[in-house]
Design a protein around this ligand. Structure first.
Ligand SMILES: [Ca+2]
Ligand SMILES: [Ca+2]
Length: 240
């Protein structure tokens, strides 16, 4: 390996490690901004980045993100969740009601989704995550089970890094939908002793899309200096 090749290898290694940090693209914490010390008020504007959150066949209020164990939101006192209700009737509307999040992933790959979700006793046990790459057609991906009621399931995590078209796409989005129990035509209740009902609630918090920046990372002057110094050191050693 000659000096130029070695220099290039050093710089590539340094710039890759500098650019491989996972970053939050968009996040919703549903808290009021500014904080108002009331969990019954909140916001559906992203707390980080930009994107659009909307309801699909449901209604919503804001309610505590700290109650019944709490979400992973570090905020206290003004920690709200997006409390959705009015889900489809038993035996109807499979994978039609829930929430939707549209987020541009332009400039990022290795796209990951995460969210916290509190299931009430009578809410749907099964959560179908769907994604879109064109903003209009949707594909099933992960199916989660929330097998206890009145419980937060924090850090639901979906890795979309292997899905073609998700990265670097202005039309990316995902949905979390109430789904029939697998191989049945009915919703199951989250509580093993509960009965599914349209008044059941799913309370969302910390809905997050993250990724790795794909834009070329400019090599800072300090890295050039380090690379040059390293090569100088190697050159001296070789002569010696
Ligand atoms: Ca508030
Ligand atoms: Ca919150």
């Amino acid at each position: 390996m000659n000096k130029k090749m070695m220099m290039a290898a050093v710089l590539v290694a340094l710039s890759v490690s500098a650019g491989a940090e996972a970053a939050v693209i968009t996040q919703w914490n549903f808290n009021s901004n500014p904080a108002d010390a009331a969990t019954g008020t909140g916001s559906t504007s992203p707390s980080i980045g930009s994107g659009a959150a909307s309801l699909l066949g449901t209604t919503a209020t804001f309610a505590s993100g700290d109650a019944s164990g709490g979400s992973s939101d570090p905020a206290t006192g003004d920690d709200s969740g997006w409390n959705t209700s009015g889900y489809a009737a038993q035996g109807a509307g499979n994978k039609t009601s829930g929430t939707q999040y549209l987020v541009s992933t332009v400039g990022f790959d290795n796209i990951q989704i995460s969210y916290d979700l509190r299931h009430s006793n009578t809410s749907s046990k099964y959560e179908q995550v769907q994604y879109t790459t064109d903003g209009s057609s949707w594909s099933d991906f992960s199916l989660f089970s929330g097998a206890t009621g009145d419980t937060w399931f924090n850090g639901r995590s979906v890795d979309l890094s292997s899905v073609a078209g998700v990265a670097n796409n202005a039309n990316f989005g995902f949905r979390v939908l109430a789904a029939f129990a697998p191989a049945t035509s009915a919703y199951a209740a989250s509580s093993p002793t509960g009965t599914y009902g349209t008044a059941g609630t799913w309370r969302f918090d910390m809905v997050t899309v993250s990724g790795t920046a794909v834009a070329a990372v400019p090599v800072p002057g300090a890295v050039w200096l380090f690379g040059s110094a390293l090569l100088g050191f190697l050159g001296i050693r070789r002569k010696a």
